[in-house]
Structures are given as C-alpha cells and as structure tokens.
Design a protein around this ligand. Structure first.
Ligand SMILES: Cc1cc2nc3c(=O)[nH]c(=O)nc-3n(C[C@H](O)[C@H](O)[C@H](O)COP(=O)(O)O)c2cc1C
Length: 314
C-alpha cells in the first residue's frame, strides 16, 4: 500500500491541451500540480500566432504553467526563450522527445537524440541562463534506448530541475509497449529528479509506477486525462467520482470552452466547431461511440448541439 501522493503533471498535447482547455480543466477537475504547454517552435524563423497566444500569462488561469520549446539548435532555442522571458517565465521545458516524422527528420524532438553533439549545442541554453529552471522532456532514443544512456552523463552534469522520460523510442511513435526496463536503467543512472510519462490510464497505473519506481519524482499524464479527466483528482483524493458526476463536470468544462471559442474565434461557426470537436475525440468511452460519431459528423453548430443533446451532454 502506498500512502504519499506523487505530484501529477498534465502532459502537453498539441491540439488538445491549449490554454482554454487547461483553464477549463483546472476549474472542472484539477488534481494537477503543473501544466506543460504544447511546444513552441519557429516556423520559417517566426513564431506561430497560436503558440504566442497559448503562453501569454493573461490567457492562463492555472497555478503552474511551464512553457515548452522545440528547436534543433541553440540559436533557435534562444529565440524561443526570449519570448518566454518577455513574459516572465522562470521555468522552461525543452522537448527532445517529439516523434513527429516531419520534425524529427530535421533533428527536432526525438530526432536529435542520435546526435549527442547537436544535443550539447542545443543545451548550451541551460548554462547560458542560470536564472531559469530548465527541465527536459525526452524519449529513450530515436531508434534505440542506448541513445539516451549515451546522453545521460552529459545531462547529469547540466543544472536541470528534472527530466521527464517517455520510455518509447521515437520511431515507435505511440505504438508498442512502453519499455519499463529501459526506464529503470535510465533512472538508475539519472542524477536529476525523474518524472515518468506514458500510457497511464488509471489510479492503479499510477500506483504501480510508484511501487515499481519508489524514487520517481512524479508522473506526467496526457491521453489518460483526456480519456478520463477525473483521473488526477481521483488519485489525489482517493475518491472515485460517479459516472454522472464526471459527465456533469465534463459538461461544465465544455460549456466554458464553447463560450471561450465563441467569443474569441474569428471566422464563424465552422472555426468554432473545429476547435470544439477535438475535445470529444478521446473520451469516447465516457460518452459512447455513437455520440462521438454524431459529433464528428456534425457540419454546423445546430447539428453539433443536436449530437450533444442526444448524448446527454448539453
Ligand atoms: C496529439 C498529441 C500531441 C502531443 N503534443 C506534444 C507536445 O506539444 N509536446 C510534448 O512534449 N509532447 C507532446 N505529446 C506527447 C505527450 O506529451 C506524451 O508524452 C505522450 O502522449 C505519452 O503520454 P500519455 O501516454 O500519458 O499520453 C503529444 C502527444 C499527442 C498524442
């Protein structure tokens, strides 16, 4: 039996956990000790407007937000960092784990892991800015767990606040099993607080990680919280919410999101619809396959509302 509760972090999920979602989630559910933003990257040398909007402190109403950067050189990382500094962030996460092939082939995310010299050049940002607490979110490698083990002596010497490890390799994307043996081997040598991330779907899953890896500094959860938004709260309080209670809170959350997007989205209802639909993509089990299919098929707000009403979600 484990008694002490681990810190839980909401993983960044581009297209799902942007600021309006984080704000609505925190109000309706919570149970989270810190939120990480989806990565900010440069596109042809410029920031994407949606990335800037996402990290603006005025748009964020949750207790602890850590912005994340994705870059393949120290110079690009510095440019992104300057945006975070402009808005007074003191903690920054560096993504060397993203498996998206279009980015990885240019040595971004987990695509940089087989190139230790490039990782070192990127990580100069950490020693350049001792006033900032940097953390790293990574995978075991692009192709092989040996890549992260080879980087570890270097990472150990950096003044990082923690490392979050998703124990898959990049080329696996999200397929196959997480490699807990490789996570254990990395954890044994890692001198930084280590946060576990990957395939956590239930309170029992969190407790299993806690038991198997007593030194783990926390657990980061992504898709598990989209599937069951009550998961963190249930772990923290030890009380399981009824299905009805979860649905009520999901409805509250969706109402807040809808109000936000209706007030802020330019272009009309199709744009609003495109922002709202992804909200229902993961909790299919919660809302039923039929309801999700009707939501997905809806081509305007009237049809969307009808689908929600039919599914008892309005
Ligand atoms: C749709 C999607 C978008 C993601 N976007 C990001 C991102 O912007 N930054 C990042 O570090 N990881 C990103 N990830 C990876 C997640 O943060 C997390 O590491 C991964 O989903 C494994 O954790 P989980 O099994 O708890 O979801 C993304 C994953 C998915 C499925």
């Amino acid at each position: 039996m484990t008694t002490s509760k681990l810190p839980l972090y909401f993983a960044p999920l581009q297209g799902h956990t942007e600021a309006p979602f984080r704000n609505a989630f925190e109000q309706a559910f919570g149970g989270i000790d810190g939120y990480f933003t989806p990565f900010v990257r440069l596109e042809k040398g410029h920031f994407r407007a949606k990335d800037v909007r996402d990290i603006l402190p005025d748009n964020n109403n949750v207790p602890r937000v850590t912005p994340q950067l994705l870059a393949n050189t120290g110079e690009k990382a510095e440019t992104i960092l300057s945006l975070f500094l402009e808005h007074n962030y003191k903690e920054v996460d560096i993504n060397i784990g993203c498996p998206f092939p279009m980015l990885a082939k240019r040595h971004n995310g987990s695509g940089i892991l087989p190139f230790p010299e490039e990782v070192k050049q990127l990580m100069q940002i950490v020693t350049n800015h001792p006033e900032i607490k940097f953390s790293v979110k990574m995978r075991l490698g692009w192709e092989d767990a040996a890549e992260s083990m080879a980087l570890l002596p270097f990472l150990n010497e950096l003044p990082l606040s923690h490392i979050t490890m998703h124990p898959r390799v990049g080329k696996q994307q999200y397929k196959g099993e997480v490699d807990l043996d490789a996570f254990a081997a990395f954890g044994k040598e890692c001198k930084h607080p280590l946060i576990y991330n990957g395939d956590i779907l239930s309170v029992e899953d969190i407790e299993r990680i806690q038991e198997e890896f007593p030194n783990v500094a926390g657990v980061m959860i992504g898709r598990g919280l989209l599937l069951n938004p009550a998961l963190a709260l249930e772990y923290k309080t030890g009380v399981e919410l009824s299905h009805e209670e979860v649905i009520e809170r999901v409805k509250t959350m969706h109402r807040q999101l809808q109000e936000h997007y209706e007030a802020s989205t330019q272009g009309g209802e199709i744009q609003v619809l495109n922002k709202l639909k992804p909200f229902w993509e993961y909790p299919e089990e919660l809302i039923g396959r039929k309801t999700w299919k009707a939501i997905k098929k809806s081509v305007n707000m009237d049809k969307y509302r009808a689908a929600l009403r039919q599914g008892g979600l309005l």
